[in-house]
Design a protein around this ligand. Structure first.
Ligand SMILES: Cc1cc2nc3c(=O)[nH]c(=O)nc-3n(C[C@H](O)[C@H](O)[C@H](O)COP(=O)(O)O)c2cc1C
Length: 252
């Protein structure tokens, strides 16, 4: 396998072990709903994952995020009630034969996880004109999602599980957390140590959806151009790397 050190021999290259640790983190990250343990998260660990989130990229360096750290049982209960209401509505939206599967899925760990974190987006954080956001206004929302992903990966590196709960009305979340009208809640995350990490997405194991083949999702130069004579090497490489992720996955 070619790598940065062999190709460039620069001191910004990571060692093989460091690179592998990153891939290990990415491929072993899971959305966690059901295996939370009550163990407290030490403040230094929590601090590190929040720092990781805060170092996410953001459009025009806007840093539009805030992080609401939630430990209060009362607040969690309000959010959980909001989830239950929305989840009952959600089940009805799927075709009849999928509703039973849907209802059997556990889609949150709000109460069991010791900490919940709500990551929000302040759309006006750096004034009306933001570098990079002049034409696509939603870039601030995407930036906040980058912070979510940073936190999710850092948490996995720390051995913490994270589960994203999005089955809730935004207004319910705003009311429960006293979030002002002009602030958008982006992610409601359940965070805690876990008994184990699943090897595969739970939705895959439950037969809800499979991972799509990567080669079907890559186009060349134009939308829907799947084959391109100049790209045969890359296509073959992607196909032969089919087990790349699996070699890093250790647990179940
Ligand atoms: C924007 C977003 C919202 C999500 N909302 C929920 C949710 O409400 N409940 C849930 O159980 N999982 C939720 N998930 C987790 C996905 O179901 C999960 O990422 C996907 O099934 C792949 O599994 P993995 O994260 O373990 O790889 C959400 C993920 C994302 C990125």
């Amino acid at each position: 396998m070619e790598n940065c050190a062999e190709l460039l021999n620069q001191d910004f290259c990571f060692s093989d072990d460091e690179r592998e640790a990153l891939y290990k983190t990415i491929f072993n990250r899971r959305d966690v709903r059901g295996q939370f343990k009550a163990d407290a998260i030490p403040d230094d660990v929590l601090s590190r994952i929040l720092h990781a989130a805060h170092h996410a990229p953001s459009v025009g360096f806007m840093q539009p995020w805030n992080f609401i750290v939630i430990r209060s049982d009362e607040t969690k209960q309000k959010v959980h009630n909001g989830f239950k209401e929305a989840n009952a509505e959600a089940a009805e939206m799927f075709e009849a034969e999928r509703q039973d599967t849907y209802r059997a899925l556990k889609l949150e760990g709000i109460i069991e996880s010791p900490i919940n974190i709500c990551i929000t987006c302040d759309r006006a954080r750096s004034g009306p004109n933001v570098i990079g956001r002049t034409h696509i206004k939603t870039m601030d929302l995407y930036s906040t999602v980058c912070a979510v992903q940073n936190l999710w990966l850092a948490a996995r590196a720390e051995g913490l599980g994270v589960g994203w709960v999005s089955i809730i009305k935004q207004q319910t979340l705003k009311d429960a957390l006293n979030i002002p009208d002009d602030i958008v809640p982006i992610a409601y995350l359940c965070v805690g140590y876990v008994s184990h990490f699943h090897k595969k997405p739970e939705l895959e194991t439950a037969g809800w959806r499979k991972r799509l083949p990567l080669e079907d999702l890559i186009y060349f130069d134009q939308w829907n151009e799947k084959r391109n004579a100049n790209e045969e090497n890359l296509i073959q490489q992607i196909e032969s790397d089919i087990g790349f992720a699996e070699q890093f996955i250790q647990y179940d």
